[in-house]
Design a protein around this ligand. Sequence first.
Ligand SMILES: [Cu+2]
Length: 265
Amino acid sequence: MRRGRVALALLGGALLLGGCKAPTFGAFRGATTQGRDEFKLWVGFVIAGLAVAAIVWGLIFWTVIRHRRRGSDAIPRQFHENVPLEIVYTALPFVIVLVLFYFTVITENRIDAVASTPSEVVHVLGFRWGWSFTYDSSDGRSQGVQIATAAQPAALAQPATSAQYPQLVLPVGETTRVVLTSADVVHGFYVPAFNFSRYAQPGVVNRFDFTPTTIGVFRGQCTQYCGLYHSEMLFSVKVVSRSDFTHWLAAQQASQARSGSGATT
Ligand SMILES: [Cu+2]
């Protein structure tokens, strides 16, 4: 008992001292405010699951050891029911499910909430086999910037962050609205580091917000099998500072004004 408590205290202390080294249980910490909310929900679910597992495994091992056969063949005390125990093990899972459901609804509402005035608006179009990102012009006059890939991928099996694939550029600390749809079949718009995935469906427009918290380049991919080059439907998301973003957007606008159409990367 004592040794167990010491081990638990050591584990807790290690987690506290480790600070950001706390386990992620296989998920990303989330590079957006929405992704962080999702991560917190995930950790809550895993801890709840581990607590239930500890009780179940503890009771199994306790029963196996405490009531193991010891010499005599005497049949132990027999009983059929234990009403208080049955009420507890019926009510407790129900309460656990209610609590998990409550936090899921709260978190999903926060993730799905869209800002009334996002800083930027990007139209994301999934198509066989690529993505295009079209930025609304903020002043309402100039032409929106479009980033797209060729429909036939040139380079197979490159990393998602390779220049062969289109890149969605977002300003850090600001909310960008993504307006997502598909030109042909169902695709999945998935950014693992954001803990976020959503269908790109033909005829349906999905709107959601990203508020990136971390500067960096993150990989993205299609998660719905959509045909021959599904595995080539890669892209990356680059999160930059506001000034870098403004410069990038202006450069894109200038080069597209020169070529007279959307740039193809
Ligand atoms: Cu696809």
